[in-house]
Design a protein around this ligand. Structure first.
Ligand SMILES: [Zn+2]
Length: 186
């Protein structure tokens, strides 16, 4: 069985024999490491170590603010026919729907692996904010495909996007709190 050690200074966990002189995370001396017993099975740890959810959430985190920028540009240039920017915005919304869906699936998978149950206040909040973001993204996608470009359409999309940005920030902040919490569920 693999033996684990943990840095007393920063909490970094690694396998025995991995540390030469210093902690690779905080720079503390090797003697700062103490034996550590995993609070989760090795199989579960391996699944979490892929960081599926953390990788996926980078997409909406960067798409949502980028879309805001594109929407504002399109709003300013509304009198002009700009097919390229319209196509980019449409594709971006379709991708956003997909990445939000993937983020929710990987998030639920991660949470189940890490904590076994999904009913804690933080997890419930994350799932409901994440689902609302997906709904807002789908609504925006429908609006942009159904209606012609107009100032009203873009104002609605910009307002929805600002809401999504707030939600995205909130999800990221809560995610960090969850990721530093000790895993439980052998
Ligand atoms: Zn350290």
């Amino acid at each position: 069985m693999t033996k684990y050690i943990r840095c007393k200074v920063c909490g970094y966990i690694t396998t025995e024999g991995e540390i030469k002189d210093y902690c690779p995370t905080c720079g503390a001396k090797a003697k700062a490491f103490e034996p550590y017993e995993l609070t989760i099975s090795e199989k579960r740890k391996k699944m979490l170590d892929y960081h599926f959810h953390q990788i996926i959430v980078h997409f909406p985190q960067s798409y949502v603010p980028t879309l805001l920028l594109l929407l504002v540009v399109r709003f300013i240039l509304i009198e002009k026919t700009l097919t390229t920017i319209d196509i980019i915005i449409r594709i971006a919304y379709l991708l956003l729907d997909i990445v939000f869906l993937l983020a929710i699936f990987t998030g639920i998978f991660d949470a189940k692996t890490r904590y076994k149950k999904l009913k804690t206040p933080f997890l419930k909040l994350k799932i409901s904010v994440g689902s609302s973001a997906l709904v807002l993204s789908i609504i925006s996608s429908v609006l942009i495909f159904v209606f012609d470009s107009s100032k009203t359409l873009y104002i609605i999309l910009i307002l929805i996007n600002i809401l999504m940005n707030v939600g995205s920030l909130f999800l990221g902040k809560t995610g960090i709190k969850l990721s530093t919490a000790v895993t439980r569920g052998k």
